[in-house]
Design a protein around this ligand. Structure first.
Ligand SMILES: [Zn+2]
Length: 482
């Protein structure tokens, strides 16, 4: 083999490949060939042997005890929140959680804390099979998130989180510095800074890191900022994401102030569109499902966060109706304080069964649909489905290999059911991003995880103490923005 010919890696005779392609093909005894950052062949073992035989020097791996699925895509995460695990009470609703706990915590996250937080979060994502994320954005400089995430080998989108409507009364724990860097005086000033972040960071790390026009959304953002973020994103050829309709209380506040629920209000001002991903969208009226479908607006459903913060996905959520209407719904974890974990496999599991149970209808959800939401649908929401989200020749080599000799896979019959209902990250052997095994043999290869964990523990304790987050002193309900 001449030195100009790149090495091919053959995953030969894989027990199964859940391609999640347009035909949703599930292949058995299949071979996948990777060259550099791309998948170049997917098919029957004998067929691939015949059409693309390995040459001397190529790597041929035995896939007989491995199963391959596309890398999971987390459509809503806060990587700057990872040091807040189990730091707040678990009897908070969304608004009290955001205003009285999360914001004071964020107010005391330094640049160095944020970098550790992002590394730790990205490592947890890779360990649980997530190869691409949509992050709400950095607390400080988006470059911190871009650099720290890129260094782990993961793919993702970040931004510079922003808002422009301070509450009338500033709650305890909101530092002047946080207010200063998070709340801009008006939408125009915020959009100028967000646009610069996109110009600085979109396409970083050979294109693995993208940057969008991300804002916090809901009460802390003006209508002009919601609508302007999507317009600016369109001008820059990127996307935007923000929280909206994230709880019934938020919808009720919107009803009181604006006479309608949040999605209707944004739509009335031309704010919905195909480059927008709404995080949560749980408080949604029937006709608003149609608005999302008609405008091509995507939704990031975050089951762990919904059940922990009592958002009401099972009681009031219209995710099954969105799917039936053709809305692209991806799955997200949300941040660690909101959800407790950054494990997308838990979200897949919850999505597969939550609505069956809540509505006593065995046809709602299911393993195959939940897996598609976590892969190709997530890629579509992120506008990245031309390159990621399925196992197909020509796409990026972003995938997860499950070790089928692991106890949780023994025995199994249908691979997708076993994946969704039985397995966990414990049986992930390797996570590949851009043609590289970034998690393998129990380690995220590019970073020193032992040192990272030690530093994370130390910094997390310091932030909670600096922020004054002692349960007895902090409200568990809120009237902010009421
Ligand atoms: Zn969020």
């Amino acid at each position: 083999m001449s030195s100009t010919e790149p090495i091919r890696t053959y995953f030969e005779g894989l027990d199964f490949v859940a391609t999640v392609d347009a035909a949703d093909r599930l292949l058995r005894a299949a071979t996948v060939v990777v060259v550099a950052d791309r998948i170049v062949a997917v098919g029957d073992r004998a067929q691939v042997r015949a059409t693309l035989p390995p040459r001397p020097g190529d790597v041929v791996r035995d896939g007989s005890r491995l199963g391959m699925v596309p890398g999971f895509i987390d459509t809503h995460v806060h990587l700057s929140e990872t040091l807040s695990r189990a730091a707040f009470p678990d009897n908070l609703n969304t608004r009290a959680w955001v205003f009285h706990w999360a914001k004071p915590f964020y107010a005391h996250v330094s640049d160095a804390d944020e970098s550790v937080s992002v590394s730790l979060g990205a490592a947890e994502l890779l360990r649980s099979g997530t190869t691409c994320f949509l992050d709400m954005g950095a607390q400080n400089d988006p470059g911190i998130t871009a650099r720290a995430a890129a260094a782990t080998g993961i793919r993702g989108i970040t931004g510079r989180h922003a808002a422009d409507r301070k509450p009338d009364q500033i709650p305890a724990g909101w530092s002047p510095e946080m207010i200063d860097h998070h709340f801009f005086p008006d939408a125009r000033t915020a959009l100028d800074v967000l646009g610069q972040a996109v110009r600085d960071w979109n396409g970083y790390a050979e294109g693995r890191i993208r940057c969008w026009v991300n804002i916090e959304g809901k009460e802390p953002c003006s209508l002009e900022l919601h609508v302007g973020a999507r317009q600016l994103a369109e001008e820059l050829g990127v996307g935007t994401t923000y929280h909206l309709a994230s709880s019934r209380q938020e919808a009720e506040v919107s009803q009181r102030h604006h006479g309608m629920w949040p999605i209707s209000r944004i739509h009335q001002h031309g704010g919905l569109g195909a480059n927008l991903v709404l995080a949560h969208a749980v408080a949604v009226r029937d006709h608003e499902v149609g608005l999302l479908a008609r405008t091509g607006t995507s939704v990031a459903f975050c089951p762990s966060s919904s059940i922990k913060l009592a958002k009401g996905a099972a009681a009031i959520g219209k995710y099954p109706e969105m799917l039936d209407a053709g809305v692209t719904v991806g799955l997200g974890t949300d941040g660690v304080a909101a959800a407790g974990n950054l494990n997308l496999m838990r979200q897949i599991h919850l999505m597969a069964g939550l609505f069956k149970d809540a509505r006593v209808d065995e046809n709602l959800g299911g393993a195959r649909r939940a897996l598609r939401m976590a892969t190709i649908d997530g890629a579509r929401a992120l506008g990245w489905d031309d390159e990621i989200g399925s196992i197909e020749a020509g796409k990026k080599a972003d995938f997860v290999l499950f070790a089928l000799d692991h106890h949780e896979w023994v025995p199994f019959h249908d691979p997708v059911q076993a994946l969704v209902w039985s397995s966990s990250p414990a049986s992930i052997a390797e996570t590949w991003v851009d043609g590289r095994a970034v998690f393998a043999t129990g380690r995220v290869a590019a970073i020193d995880e032992v040192a990272l964990r030690a530093e994370a523990r130390e910094r997390a304790a310091t932030i909670v103490s600096r922020a004054g987050l002692r349960a007895a002193d902090v409200p568990v309900t809120t009237s902010l923005y009421d």
